[in-house]
Every structure is written in C-alpha cells, then in structure tokens.
Design a protein around this ligand. Structure first.
Ligand code: SAH
Length: 395
C-alpha cells in the first residue's frame, strides 16, 4: 500500500496544476543576463561553464558597444561557442509590443513585454543637443500618487538590472540606426522617469546606473551627470545614493511645498515630510556637487497658487543658494482625472515668482503628450494594452 493512497485526494489537484505553473512563472526571476553581473562575475560564469573567461569581455563589447545580442554578428568568437555564450549571458528579456511616434518622429514610445508578460514602456526623445531615454524601473508602482497614471496601477514587480539596461541598449541602437528624425545620433541621457519608483528598487537601479556609466567593455560609458534618478522622496535611499560615488543627477518630485497638500498628492509624504525631504536633497547636493532638480507638476487650482510658489522659493533658499533648480511641468491629465494643467498665465506667474526669488527655473516640455508618452504618464497605454480588448487587434 502506498502511503499516498491513504491520504484524501487533494481537491482540484489536476485543475491546479496549470495554475501553479503559471504562478511559478510569474513569480520567477527574469533569466540571468550579462548586464546583471559585474565584469569579474561575467568571466567567472563563463569559466564555470568551461568557457574561457576572456570571452566575457568580447561578449560585453558586442552588447555594450555594438549594441547587439545576435551571435551571428560576433565574428571574433568561435562559431561553435557563440550559441552557448548567447544562451548563457544574453537571453532575450524585452519583446517589443509596439512603438508609437510623436513630435514628427523626434519622440518614440515603445511598449515592452517582459519574460513573464509584465509590460513596461520607455520613451526616447531627440533634442538638438542630446537624445534622452526615459526608462522604467518597475512594472507598475506602489507609490499611489493620485495624478500619475502608473500610480493607479499598483506595483506588479521590480525590474531586474538587465531589464532596465536592455531598455537603454535598445534605445542606443535606435539612435545609431537613425530611427529618430534627422538621421543617426548617439544616446546621451537617461532619466528614471518612466514607470516605477527607482529608489524602491534600489539595488537593481544602482547596478543599472553602473552599467550605464562604466566604460566599455563593462558598460555603455555614458556620463553620470547625464543620468537622472527621479524620486517621490524616499529619504534614507537618497542618503544611500549620495554615498555610492555615482554623481548622478537627483530629481525630487515635490509638487507641493507644504505638507498639507503634499500628503494628498504624494502619499509617502506621510512618512517623510517636505522639510526632511528637502534636507536630504540638500545633503545630496553637498555630497555629490550635483545640482538637484525639483519636479513640480502644475495642477490647475490645486498647487499653482502664487503663495505656494513663494513658499517653495523660501523653503529652497532656506537651505542655500545655487544647489537646486525647479522644473515646473504642465500636468498631463490622466484618463478620467478631474485635474488638469494650470492656466498658461498662472504658470507664467509661478515661474516668474521663483525666478525673481533667484531660483533657476525651466518649464519642462511635454514631449509625446499626444501618445500618452510624456514621462511619468506611461502606464495608461500599457494598462490598456494588457487589458483584453475585444474590438482591436491584439498586436
Ligand atoms: N517615481 C518617480 C519617477 C517616475 S515619474 C518619481 O515620482 O519621481 C516621473 C515624473 O513625472 C515625476 O516627477 C512624476 O511626479 C511626474 N508625473 C507623474 N504623473 C504626471 C502627470 N500626469 N503629469 C505630469 N507629470 C507627472
């Protein structure tokens, strides 16, 4: 008699099986990728697979410099090893679902599907002097800011380092291949202003930043000052970032200078108040020498009052001069939102008040708003794309 025979049958065991598989897949980690690993660890992985460690640098050059994961293009690697090398260290992580263009082809927004079906977006924007990629650090977001499309979704999961880095490689290749207007160019800037709160996925984000700024063959060799990490204000993580020795630009999504309003706009403000956040931002400036950006979405009749502009200026000046600049950005209304952008005259007064107080202030443009692609509003489209649609083709 087998021991299991005496046990009562597991209810629905057969029916549960596919569900368990599905759950396991969804909870599983993305496959390990070269971009998850330091240069030394890549060599180690290859040695463990009985491949010469120096192949790791060759493979890394293909990835970070030639921007490819196509074994057929790697003519300096022995043909017999290419398949294994690619399988071991360059698995496919992002599948393009679709790309939308705006601003006469100077803006491209791509929706990506990850290995488990989670969706994220990135937006590539060409300017006269630079090309900037807005990357996602999480699928969804747990911060629940009521004006933000991603905030309405909740958090699906953190992205791995390589899932972030792959967004950069794809964008760098798009720039090189002339997919933006006005021909080939170089990707120069990366901003963590896509989906997610980067400092809530701290380790993967910092490692992704390292891959961005390390020179070839370890990384892409971007300038750290051209990488911006944008946060709702996770104070301990800001202090930790200041100690990483990575002089990236810090952007703080403030949106209100007073706790009364900020508690409503940015729920995490109940944990770290405006004063604590601005102190941390100022410490970041002192530790890194990098001027901090204050992001301020101007929402009509909510946070755009003259007295709030003055209070913002006072709060910033109380901590010193020359350490900060303000980026007001017209609110990009999310579908169904009762909020809208400030009146242009009100925006002008807000900006003038800050400038008169001596705070450098630049209104951020809203690229791609016609494709829901302004940074910080990437999710509505992604959600719509993941929800089953009856009338539209699935692609
Ligand atoms: N979680 C991070 C980064 C992602 S959002 C953060 O909050 O900083 C990038 C920026 O877009 C943030 O400043 C965010 O507040 C802003 N944003 C979000 N929704 C917006 C909207 N509907 N209109 C304008 N800016 C928005």
């Amino acid at each position: 008699m087998s021991t299991t025979a005496s046990l009562p049958p597991t209810p629905g065991a057969a029916g549960d099986r596919p569900r368990l598989t599905f759950t396991a897949r969804r909870r599983g980690k993305p496959p390990r990728h070269l971009a998850d690993l330091s240069r030394e660890d890549r060599a180690q992985v290859l040695r463990e697979r009985a491949l010469p460690g120096y192949r790791a640098d060759q493979l890394s050059r293909h990835y970070f410099t030639h921007l490819t994961r196509d074994g057929a293009a790697m003519s300096d690697l022995p043909a017999r090893d290419r398949g294994q090398l690619v399988d071991e260290l360059l698995p496919e992580l992002l599948t393009e679902v679709h790309t939308l263009q705006a601003d006469a082809g100077a803006t491209r927004k791509t929706l990506w599907s990850l290995f488990d079906g989670a969706k994220v977006e990135s937006v590539l924007m060409r300017y006269s002097e630079r090309a900037t990629l807005c990357v996602s650090s999480q699928a969804g977001c747990g911060m629940a800011c009521p004006f933000c499309a991603t905030g309405q979704q909740g958090l699906t999961r953190n992205l791995s380092t390589a899932e972030i880095v792959e967004q950069v490689r794809m964008a760098a290749a798009a720039c090189r291949d002339g997919l933006l207007t006005d021909g080939a160019t170089r990707l120069t800037n990366v901003v963590f202003m896509g989906m997610g709160e980067p400092l809530a996925n701290y380790r993967a984000v910092v490692d992704a930043v390292r891959r961005m700024v390390e020179p070839s063959p370890a990384g892409f060799g971007l300038s750290a000052r051209n990488v911006t990490v944008s946060t709702v204000g996770l104070v301990p993580a800001i202090d930790k970032l200041a100690r990483e020795g990575l002089p990236v630009t810090l952007a703080v999504s403030l949106h209100a200078p007073d706790d009364g309003l900020r508690d409503d706009l940015i729920p995490i403000n109940s944990r770290w108040k405006v004063g604590e956040l601005l102190d941390a931002a100022h410490r970041y400036f002192e530790a890194t020498g990098r001027r901090v950006s204050i992001e301020y979405a101007l929402i009509r009749d909510i946070n755009d009052h003259g007295w709030r502009a003055q209070l913002l200026a006072d709060e910033l000046l109380a901590r010193g001069r020359g350490w900060v600049h303000v980026n007001p950005i017209p609110l990009n209304p999310t579908p169904g939102s009762r909020w809208t952008a400030s009146d242009p005259a009100v925006e002008e007064t807000f900006v003038r008040t800050l400038r008169r107080a001596g705070i450098p202030t630049t209104v951020r443009d809203t690229r791609g708003s016609d494709i829901d692609g302004a940074c910080g509003q990437l999710a509505a489209e992604a959600l719509a794309a993941t929800a089953p649609k009856v009338k539209e083709p699935t692609r």
